[in-house]
Design a protein around this ligand. Structure first.
Ligand code: ATP
Length: 199
């Protein structure tokens, strides 16, 4: 799997549609302070499903929409698309190429697309689960994250190790199973109550 391109349109400082193509090997992004380097990384996190505005240095999610500049009016929509070569099917999909798009409108409406088709956030999260990518992965380490890891509580560090080791998925599945089990027990208790009332 390889990252092929990223398109940013109306996201943070990118008022104009901008496409970055990633060639094989290493890509470096350089530029003066405040020119938008971190915004590119945040665009990648965002399109892969980031749900925390704080992780994107904002208060609310609509803060990611281009907010205007000296000679430019604010925009009403942010769009980011990311394209992967998936010919090795590293991501669990039959497609050889995958384009994920996320849109957010100023009224709060949002959309996720996978190869042009509308999907749910869950579909995007599931696509990246166990891939080492995705919104909670450690493939993207932002400024301050390393310090936060060192200063974090032991339980938080354990959660990180579980994520990296691929155990987190099983913990999540276990929680879902326990929740369902709890609901089934409640139903069973209700049925038993009804039976004893009828007896
Ligand atoms: P540094 O090298 O200092 O870390 P950088 O190149 O990583 O800087 P960014 O932090 O990515 O730069 O970009 C910051 C710029 O993005 C600021 O000028 C800020 O005003 C602009 N910016 C952030 N959000 C928005 C927004 N919603 N609309 C318009 N501009 C925005």
């Amino acid at each position: 799997m390889q990252l092929l391109s990223l398109t940013i349109d109306g996201f943070k400082s990118f008022a104009n549609k901008t496409t970055i193509k990633f060639e094989e090997g290493m890509t470096g992004i350089v530029g003066p302070n405040g020119s938008g380097k971190s915004n590119i990384i945040e665009a990648i996190r965002w399109v892969m499903g980031e749900q925390s505005a704080r992780h994107l240095r904002g208060d609310k999610m609509v803060d990611v929409i281009f907010n205007g500049a000296a000679n430019r009016a604010p925009l009403n929509r942010a769009l980011v698309s990311i394209t992967f070569d998936n010919s090795d099917h590293y991501l669990a999909s039959d497609f050889n190429e995958l384009t994920i798009t996320r849109k957010l409108f100023r009224n709060g409406d949002s959309e996720y697309l996978l190869n042009g088709n509308k999907v749910r956030l869950k579909d995007i999260v599931d696509l990246f689960i166990d891939s080492g990518l995705g919104r909670e992965s450690f493939s993207i380490i932002s400024q301050g994250r390393i310090e936060a890891i060192f200063n974090g509580k032991p339980e938080d560090r354990r959660a990180i190790i579980e994520t990296v080791a691929g155990v987190a998925k099983y913990r999540k599945n276990k929680q879902t199973a326990e929740r369902r089990l709890g609901q089934t027990m409640d139903n069973l208790n209700r049925v038993n109550d009804i039976i004893s009332e009828l007896a």
